[in-house]
Design a protein around this ligand. Structure first.
Ligand code: HEC
Ligand code: HEC
Ligand code: HEC
Ligand code: HEC
Ligand code: HEC
Length: 214
């Protein structure tokens, strides 16, 4: 008896199955990889600003501590961008004729804030709080990288949920004495010293959903 289906249909079925496989597995895989690329997470793209403010000069050359400008970091949820008055505290006297500082003077005399562009921006349904991290000994550099070496600030961490949870599952790996949170080149202590810090600061492992989604 002749075969019910001719020989070529085998190949056709195999090709069709391969096609289905690619659709069912390939597309989600491609999407999963795609959402983790820096392009989507917004990593490593220096953001332009209305004033050519350079962290390297202020932090490295002039030795100004992070919290001198981002003074809300240890007492509130947001670290905040310094108000123009902080700039004028120095630039009322130094470089006070410099054209690059014109937008700063304009803001000062018109009483309108400088329209800084955001570099980091979590979605609104996520709750984040600087003060608890800073007061339990997580350094700025752990989440923001070497800002003191950046011409224009860019986002270093992916800021995905997986990134947050990776630390929250065992935060003791990232702790340092809290007086040193702003030190950029801090060398990690050994694991016993870090365990001791976790004890001293009473660091919890916050992985329940409502910690970050309230
Ligand atoms: C002299 C004041 C000053 C000092 C000191 C300073 N910053 Fe900033 N920082 C600013 C200003 C102004 C901006 C906004 C413009 C920009 O992004 O460059 C900013 C932006 C940032 C941002 C990006 C904010 C966003 O929009 O997401 C981070 C992160 C940051 N600073 C971290 C640090 C760290 C860490 C230190 C210490 C190593 C530091 N800064 C020291 C003034 C300062
Ligand atoms: C504690 C003093 C101090 C504060 C506060 C300060 N600056 Fe400066 N800034 C300096 C000094 C000193 C220089 C000199 C340039 C250098 O060190 O290379 C400078 C240089 C600059 C320059 C030009 C040179 C450059 O490339 O950085 C700009 C623009 C500037 N500052 C913007 C700002 C803004 C905006 C703020 C507020 C967010 C600010 N500064 C706050 C001390 C300060
Ligand atoms: C545990 C990680 C973590 C640590 C530690 C941390 N930050 Fe942030 N920072 C973030 C995240 C996440 C955002 C974005 C917040 C948002 O979009 O609501 C942010 C935003 C900022 C901003 C933008 C303004 C704002 O408050 O949203 C500045 C400035 C900043 N951080 C400075 C600092 C400084 C200075 C330190 C150290 C004293 C520090 N950060 C420590 C994670 C961290
Ligand atoms: C490098 C480590 C690290 C990273 C990264 C990190 N956290 Fe945390 N987080 C901590 C530590 C340590 C605590 C303090 C735990 C405690 O209270 O004992 C904390 C506490 C918190 C709290 C406080 C909850 C409360 O009870 O007030 C929130 C909210 C939070 N983190 C959100 C986030 C979010 C959102 C991200 C990611 C964008 C993030 N964290 C990334 C280490 C980290
Ligand atoms: C340590 C902080 C943290 C905890 C704990 C946490 N999340 Fe998230 N979650 C985030 C952040 C940050 C984002 C936004 C970034 C992203 O989408 O990856 C997010 C995004 C989400 C989203 C949006 C989906 C998406 O990918 O855009 C959902 C849904 C979600 N979380 C559910 C949960 C559930 C369910 C839990 C408990 C099992 C949980 N989260 C625990 C930080 C947290």
């Amino acid at each position: 008896m002749a075969a019910l289906f001719p020989e070529w249909t085998n190949t056709a079925i195999r090709l069709a199955m391969l096609g289905m496989f690619l659709v069912v597995v390939g597309i989600p895989t491609a999407l999963i990889i795609y959402v983790r690329t820096p392009y989507v997470t917004g990593q490593f793209f220096p953001v332009d600003q209305p004033v050519e403010f350079d962290h390297r000069h202020h932090v490295q050359d002039d030795g100004i501590e992070c919290r001198y400008c981002h003074f809300d970091a240890e007492r509130s949820a947001v670290a905040g961008i310094p108000p123009t008055e902080v700039c004028m505290g120095c630039h009322g006297q130094i470089w006070n004729n410099s054209p690059v500082l014109e937008p700063v003077r304009r803001s000062h005399f018109s009483d309108r804030p400088i329209p800084w562009n955001r570099v980091h921006d979590l979605p609104d349904f996520v709750y984040f709080d600087h003060s608890i991290h800073v007061n339990k000994g997580v350094g700025c550099v752990t989440c923001h990288g070497r800002v003191d070496q950046m011409v224009r600030v860019y986002q270093v961490a992916p800021l995905t949920m997986g990134w947050c949870l990776d630390c929250h599952r065992s935060p003791e790996r990232h702790l340092r004495p809290k007086e040193l949170v702003a030190v950029m080149n801090f060398r990690q202590a050994d694991s016993r010293a870090r365990e001791a810090l976790a004890q001293r600061y009473g660091v919890r492992r916050l992985t329940h959903c409502t910690a970050c989604h309230r």
